[in-house]
Design a protein around this ligand. Structure first.
Ligand SMILES: C[S@@+](CC[C@H](N)C(=O)[O-])C[C@H]1O[C@@H](n2cnc3c(N)ncnc32)[C@H](O)[C@@H]1O
Length: 306
């Protein structure tokens, strides 16, 4: 593990698991309502099967698995339910998994049998680790829910060792899709604005209704097209085809993510490339496969200013 460089604000004893908390009184670079919403979301969806995690994990890590070895020290920034830490735990040395929401407590219990993960309640702009500490930092589906995305990115880049790598996934702005897709997104975003402000029970109920009445039929259509034309990739052009090989629970979770989260931003591939390069990273490689966009980038061995 990497030693903490600050004293925790609080130590939680959670079902026999100790979790150090570093969330202070200042808001930091985080949207409190969004974080609270995630805390509730991950309590509801904290039991993905190993198979579900593997199917989705193989897609997130398609461009990154070669960067992991038994020597790799990892920071999972915004770990949520902890599923990606669990996915790579047996491939790396150890993982520091941080999240500001209550999800960190569920994760620490859910994955208590994995010895090389330490769970910490912290936010990305106030990480209790020294700079240049980690070989590999991953932040998957997090930076688009943070008020100042570039500041958050810069904060985690500081924690990467020279020569180390970042894996990032940010919601795409549908920059590789046509007009019909973008129109659908425009509509769904209006629903998100409405639903994300609802009381918790109503929000969860509405998102489950959307999952059943919108996600399920569209996923079924993409499965049917895949069944009819197994050698073609036509089904991939259909909305929500990403879920064709996934458990419906993942779609329900993502519907809640998509429609229940107050703060959500979207970025084009060019914007992400620019941010990664402005934060000092190089050798930027984007995956050509879903989920869009996920990319890896390397911290240079030598600071060019030195
Ligand atoms: C969509 S979830 C992704 C969780 C996880 N990486 C995954 O893919 O399963 C976004 C997570 O970012 C966390 N988050 C929000 N603001 C944050 C911040 N300022 N610092 C660190 N994490 C934050 C939320 O609490 C939430 O768990």
């Amino acid at each position: 593990m990497i030693p903490y460089i600050q004293d925790p604000v609080r130590i939680y004893n959670n079902n026999g698991r100790t979790v150090a908390g570093f969330i202070g009184h200042s808001a930091g670079n985080m949207d409190a309502t969004t974080v609270e919403s995630f805390g509730k979301e991950w309590k509801k969806f904290d039991d993905f099967s190993d198979k579900d995690i593997k199917v989705a994990g193989d897609q997130y890590f398609d461009i990154a698995s070669h960067l992991l070895s038994k020597e790799t020290s990892v920071l999972d920034a915004g770990c949520g339910s902890g599923r990606w830490s669990a996915y790579i735990a047996d491939k790396v040395n150890f993982i520091e998994a941080i999240d500001p929401s209550e999800a960190i407590f569920s994760a620490s219990v859910r994955y208590q049998s994995i010895p090389n993960i330490r769970w910490t309640q912290a936010e990305i702009n106030n990480l209790p680790f020294a700079d240049n500490s980690f070989d590999f930092v991953m932040t998957l589906g997090v930076l688009h829910h943070i008020p100042d995305t570039f500041s958050a990115l810069s904060s985690i880049v500081q924690k990467i060792k020279p020569g180390g790598n970042l894996l990032v996934y940010l919601y795409y702005s549908l920059d590789n899709r046509g007009g019909a897709y973008r129109f659908l997104f425009f509509l769904s975003n209006q629903f998100r604005r409405l639903i994300s402000g609802m009381p918790l029970w109503m929000k969860h109920f509405s998102c489950d209704v959307i999952a059943c009445l919108v996600y399920f039929p569209l996923i079924s259509i993409s499965r049917f097209v895949k069944f009819l034309f197994p050698r073609k990739n036509w089904f991939r052009k259909l909305p929500l085809s990403y879920y064709n090989d996934k458990n419906f629970k993942i779609a329900r979770n993502d519907a809640l993510d998509r429609f229940g989260t107050p703060l959500e931003k979207r970025f084009s591939r060019n914007q992400i490339h620019q941010m990664l390069s402005d934060s000092g990273l190089e050798e930027i490689v984007f995956s050509e496969h879903e989920p869009f966009w996920h990319a890896i980038a390397k911290k240079p061995n030598q600071n060019p200013d030195q």
